[in-house]
Design a protein. Structure first.
Length: 342
């Protein structure tokens, strides 16, 4: 099997050399070029045709986001953004990046090498399998669907990973304030989930926030599990849905885990829930979605043709957890249609 050809775009000489040294240790990786700014990167792309590019957001001569917007229409390729804690990373994802890693705030060379090995390298390998044609800017909301059946205490649960930030937005931007309460796990580093929630809150009709223990899951609102070391569980206290975020070991390599959330939804909401599994690598959420379906919930999976990475939805579909498989653009319509029958 041919190695994955990597172009590293990073203006820091020290960090650039560290990336080259450590990524090159993996036999599945071949660093074919490095660049310190977008102009050098463009020339390197034409000369070496890399399979994946790592990209710093803050670069001289042209920032990484502007570079992505100019690059992707002409030379689409998988891009993994390396970013400090900033909401600019979501602009990069909207501009066409597959995924991102949070640049660690450490000075130890050993810690940086651990970050490259355990986080960046994994994202690069996932990005090499991504369908770039499915990474598209989300368009403005279409005509709003309506919820005909009101008054029922329903829950919508969503899980996603690679490509999920834009996929979730594509779905929830179509929801009106009549939508039942939504709980979400999107695999993301700590700090970024709060910024992502605020971004969605500004761009959608529904209210969106990063979840905290005790938050109520109310109609017309969405709670996003905080990134880090806590899992999010659905509870029902005195007849009201709320969430609990508590520390726990990684499940399927993730914390928060979609499976943990979906399992709790299956137990607490049963047939009064609807589960949606979107693009992502691996199988997190598949067993939980199956538990939801077995408990009487309705379930939707994103189809292969619109996934950036058809991993999580595929595993769920193969398990029999997906009742309806839909293109991303059709998921809001299907969601309302199912809710109106519940």
């Amino acid at each position: 099997m041919l190695p994955i050809k990597i172009l590293i775009v990073e203006d820091s000489l020290v960090f650039r050399e560290l990336l080259v040294q450590n990524l090159s240790k993996d036999p599945a990786i071949q660093v074919v070029a490095v660049a310190k700014d977008p102009f050098e990167a463009r020339d390197a792309i034409l000369a070496h045709h890399p399979d994946v590019m790592t990209l710093d957001v803050e670069l001289p001569r042209m920032n990484g986001i502007e570079f992505l917007r100019k690059l992707m229409p002409q030379y689409p390729l998988p891009v993994v953004v390396i970013s400090s804690l900033s909401d600019k990373v979501f602009d990069a994802l909207n501009a066409g990046a597959v995924d991102f890693v949070a640049k660690p705030a450490v000075s130890s060379r050993a810690q940086l090498e651990e970050f490259i090995k355990n986080e960046l390298l994994v994202k690069i390998k996932i990005a090499s399998t991504a369908k770039i044609s499915n990474i598209k800017k989300v368009t403005m909301a279409q005509e709003q669907q309506k919820l005909a059946v009101k008054g029922k205490d329903l829950i919508v649960a969503i899980g996603a990973s690679t490509g999920g930030t834009e996929a979730i937005f594509s779905v929830v931007k179509e929801f009106g304030t009549d939508i039942p309460g939504i709980v979400v796990v999107q695999h993301m580093p700590p700090g970024f989930t709060e910024m992502y929630a605020k971004r969605l809150n500004d761009q959608c009709r529904i209210k969106v926030k990063e979840a905290r223990t005790g938050d109520r899951v109310l109609p017309g609102s969405m709670l996003i599990a905080p990134g880090g070391d806590m899992h999010m569980h659905l509870l029902k206290v005195n007849g009201v849905y709320q969430v609990e975020c508590k520390k726990g070991p990684r499940v399927n390599g993730h914390c928060p885990s979609v499976d943990v959330l979906f399992d709790s939804v299956a137990k607490v909401a049963g047939r009064d829930a609807l589960g949606i599994i979107l693009t992502g690598m691996g199988g997190d959420g598949a067993k939980g979605l199956l538990a939801m379906r077995q408990a009487g919930a309705k379930t939707i999976g994103q189809d292969e043709s619109t996934c950036v990475v058809y991993g999580m939805p595929k595993v769920a579909y193969d398990l029999g957890a997906v009742e309806y498989q839909e293109k991303l653009s059709d998921i809001p319509r299907r969601t309302y249609a199912l809710l109106n029958k519940m």
